[in-house]
Design a protein around this ligand. Structure first.
Ligand SMILES: Cc1cc2nc3c(=O)[nH]c(=O)nc-3n(C[C@H](O)[C@H](O)[C@H](O)COP(=O)(O)OP(=O)(O)OC[C@H]3O[C@@H](n4cnc5c(N)ncnc54)[C@H](O)[C@@H]3O)c2cc1C
Length: 472
């Protein structure tokens, strides 16, 4: 009996453009694909609740896709460093093929695997466009600033052409037992909060391809300008598909290039490179999710304010664009990028709550929760990241709302209690005259919260705290 090779799938839940899968098939040996749900490895970022919902459906789709090519998908739960070596012993596998992980905890596991399993672990580039070690500045150091990083990527590019899925996968004669997916309890029980997610998303490779096709047909052309407007369907919404690897960054790069070289395509590739930059930062700064890259931020006089945090999480801050964003997140598991920046700025600056608290809430509620993108973006907004927005740039949610949701339709959609307010007051209901409030049947502080922070005072406090950092 020919010994099989294991295919450890982690963040490449796809058949197309999957170098690890193709290498396993090319070995000529039977291939045993496995996904391990690891909530136990110390330091592992256990997927949040929204990610677990996505993962369930993505694995179901992948299992069906693999079955069509002749292979089973083995599911096991526990520490990867225990499961894979014991599976190697159980099956007599001669090697493990896998995508190169970028999360620090998964990299540590990967580094130990050959010794623990006693067989080679062959890592393939599946998550990023470029090998993270290959990108270095002229001085030989990792990049700390986005623009030179993106120029280096563009000079190196184009990314490798996407590879087709194999036509067939040879399965082992004897397949060890798999956990039933349902037994993992990844879906919510009661209350079932996932209705909005089901109505919004189609996890899986086919869903990703469909989303990309819709984006190329309808959205790409206007992307360069519409991408900043939460009231429009102006972005790709591919982020959860990309996070789980249902589509590869190489595939997106080539699809964008094939669609032309207009401003939409250029802007889209630039965003894909922000993703690449976040992965680069995480690769070279493994403490990125926990520790500010600028060490003086550890002395920031953060507040402890559980009620304010809760109001922010639930979309009850009394600031319409912030509440709309937080409710969009709660209902759909996703939030528009512009609004992510606005809500994050409010949390970290006006409320002076630690960015890690916002990062943790996003981690739990986003379907696209991604260790690199989430950590790098929170550090960017907080001003403590590598190439960050300066701390003193503090978004005013009223002005941001007026600029990017000019007729308030985004706010009306997610904050229906404000729906009857005229455009003039939709982003500033507390300032509306009494007759306007009455006509809109709005009672500030009763039917909709009064703002939890005075924007001018909050801004002044944040600037004073920042000045104290520079002075110490
Ligand atoms: C505070 C904060 C937290 C964030 N957390 C996450 C996260 O956990 N996961 C995540 O994928 N993105 C995160 N982002 C980045 C960005 O908001 C999302 O990637 C984007 O909104 C996803 O929507 P889209 O797919 O329609 O984006 P598009 O505009 O269509 O962009 C295409 C792809 O480019 C990548 N991308 C776009 N913008 C960024 C960016 N600023 N940084 C890194 N990659 C980017 C994403 O993979 C995205 O799918 C965060 C941003 C902020 C400000």
């Amino acid at each position: 009996m020919t010994s099989p090779v294991l295919l450890w799938l982690h963040r490449e839940l796809r058949l197309g453009d999957n170098r690890a899968l193709l290498a396993a098939v090319a070995s000529g040996q039977p291939v045993l694909p496995i996904f391990v749900l690891d909530d136990e490895t110390p330091g592992a970022w256990r997927p949040g609740e929204a990610s677990r919902w996505w993962l369930h459906h993505s694995l179901a789709a992948l299992a069906a896709d693999l079955a069509r090519l002749g292979a089973p998908l083995l599911l096991r739960r526990g520490r990867i460093a225990d499961i894979l070596p014991s599976l190697v012993r159980e099956t007599g596998a001669s090697a493990i093929h896998a995508g190169q992980p970028v999360e620090p905890w998964a990299r540590r596991v990967a580094a130990e695997l050959p010794r623990l399993a006693g067989v080679p672990l062959v890592l393939h580039r599946t998550v990023t466009l470029f090998d993270p070690e290959a990108l270095r500045s002229g001085a030989g150091t990792p990049y700390a600033v986005f623009t030179p990083f993106s120029k280096a990527c563009l000079a190196r590019g184009p990314a490798a052409p996407p590879l087709p899925a194999p036509a067939h996968i040879l399965a082992p004669e004897r397949v060890p037992p798999s956990d039933p997916l349902e037994a993992w309890g990844l879906l919510p029980g009661q209350p079932d909060w996932a209705g909005g997610l089901r109505g919004t998303w189609t996890p899986g490779e086919a869903g990703a391809r469909q989303r990309l096709a819709g984006f190329l047909d309808h959205t790409m052309e206007a992307y360069a300008t519409a991408r900043d407007r939460p009231d429009m369907d102006g972005t790709s919404r591919l982020s959860p598909h990309l996070h789980f690897g249902e589509i590869s960054a190489d595939q997106l790069w080539h699809a964008a290039r094939a669609a032309g070289d207009g401003p939409g395509q250029i802007a889209f590739i630039r965003e894909i490179l922000w993703r690449e930059f976040s992965a680069h930062l995480l690769w070279h700064h493994p403490t990125l999710p926990e520790t500010p890259l600028r060490p003086n931020f550890a002395r920031m006089p953060w507040q402890t304010a559980p009620r304010a945090l809760r109001a922010w999480q639930r979309g009850r801050t009394g600031l319409p664009i912030v509440d709309a964003g937080m409710r969009q997140l709660w209902q759909t598991g996703w939030m528009h990028n512009r609004v992510r920046m606005i809500v994050a700025s409010l949390l970290v600056k006006h409320l002076m709550l630690p960015w890690q608290q916002g990062e943790a809430w996003f981690w739990d509620t986003l379907v696209d929760a991604d260790l690199a993108n989430n950590a790098a973006s929170w550090q960017w907004v907080a001003g403590c990241g590598a190439d960050a927005a300066p701390f003193f740039r503090i978004f005013n949610p009223v002005l941001q709302g007026r600029k990017f949701d000019p007729d308030g339709s985004y706010v009306r959609r997610f904050v229906p209690e404000l729906a009857r307010l005229p455009d003039r007051w939709i982003h500033e209901p507390w300032a509306a005259p009494a007759d306007v409030l009455e006509a809109a049947r709005l009672r500030p502080g009763i039917t909709y919260p009064a703002p939890i922070v005075d924007l001018a005072a909050g801004r002044a406090r944040a600037l004073a705290a920042f000045a104290s950092l520079s002075a110490t």
